[in-house]
Design a protein around this ligand. Structure first.
Ligand code: ASP
Length: 336
């Protein structure tokens, strides 16, 4: 099956003697992979930037390119720093059945044991696999296949930096074969990005030990929506709730957990600053969405003009604490 391979930069494309920077084209990267030569690939370089500098507008361009090329699957090579976010955004915005597989490298091409070529080969294999259809955006590194909606970068430098703390990988590659071992029940998708509208500004603020919350108001004044990464199941210091309640009266405020895996609670604790207190004061529970993914969902929902009720329904569905059927946009059900 024909696959589109798109380069956007990142460590996988970096070279240089005094500090590596993205310089290599997608074609150069593909040509350096033994075993790819015979496969029907279309290769494009969209941009050459570190993952940290990619934007929502880049993702819009990427999705338009993928749609225009109309291949059976696509591989996106990108900086690993933001894969856990871009892959979720792409998963939300890609409505078609063809797999979009994001990959990258933890070791740049100048290093011994560079992992880029193996990751590109594995990603192309997954993107070519009929079993990968109707699964949205997948992330493939170190012979593991992760859901864009769940994957996290959980190590700064290991070649096995990508994990899915809630649920584990969707599959693996072994001897070049693609093996899926599970399928999330539902894919939630959004309408395409409008090409001209500026993205709403969504802030992310993490609860930390002893923080009196004095910065919350000034942050809230500069944003259209706010995500709080609370302690544990969704807790903040006892002085924060009145401030957060006032902010939640003006803009949507989502409560996620800074822990990195698991659901925020909604009805267990009753102390000031507990998840229950914050829910009663108008914060929206992120469920199992980590703060980074919650921030993207809120930004995209705002971009689509979602009402407060729609934002609540979206987080209930995507975060797993509410009804999947209440997702405000037409959801694409995963094939059985
Ligand atoms: N360390 C990053 C990478 O793996 C740098 C980046 O995201 O561009 O690609």
């Amino acid at each position: 099956m024909s696959v589109l391979v798109v380069g956007t930069g990142g460590t996988i494309a970096m070279s240089g003697a005094s500090g590596v920077t993205p310089t290599l084209t997608a074609r150069q990267l593909v040509d350096a992979v033994p075993g790819l030569g015979d496969l029907p690939l279309t290769v494009r370089t969209l941009c050459n930037r570190p993952g940290a500098s990619l934007t929502l507008a880049d993702l819009g361009e990427l999705l338009r390119l993928i749609e225009a090329e109309g291949r059976a699957g696509a591989v996106v090579m990108q900086g690993t720093d933001t894969i856990e976010e871009t892959a979720y955004a792409v998963d939300l915005l890609h409505r078609g059945p063809q797999p979009i597989v994001v990959t990258g490298a933890m070791r740049n091409p100048t290093l011994a044991g560079a992992d880029g070529p193996a990751n590109i080969l594995a990603a192309v294999r997954v993107a070519s696999s009929p079993a990968a259809r109707d699964r949205g955006c997948l992330v493939v590194l170190a012979d593991e296949i992760h859901a864009g909606a769940r994957v996290r970068k959980t190590h700064t430098s290991s070649v096995s930096a990508f994990t899915s703390p809630l649920g584990g990988p969707l599959g693996y590659l072994a001897e070049g074969r693609v093996h899926f071992v599970q399928r999330p029940e539902t894919r939630f998708t959004l309408p395409p990005l409008p090409s001209s509208t500026a993205a709403p500004r969504v802030g992310l603020y993490t609860a930390t030990f002893g923080d009196d919350g004095a910065l919350l108001e000034s942050l809230a004044a500069a944003v259209d929506g706010l995500v709080i990464a609370g302690f544990g199941v969704g807790h903040v210091p006892e002085g924060w709730p009145p401030v957060l309640a006032a902010i939640a009266g003006r803009i949507p405020v989502v409560l996620a957990s800074r822990v990195g895996a698991g659901f925020v609670a909604t009805g267990t604790y009753g102390f000031p600053g507990s998840e229950r207190d914050l829910g009663e004061r108008g914060l929206i529970a992120a469920g199992a969405l980590d703060p980074y993914k919650a921030r993207l969902l809120l930004q995209l929902a705002l971009l689509h003009g979602a009402t407060r009720a729609q934002i609540e329904a979206a987080f209930g569905a995507a975060g797993g604490l509410g009804a999947a059927a209440a997702w405000p946009w037409s959801a694409r059900r995963a094939a059985a």
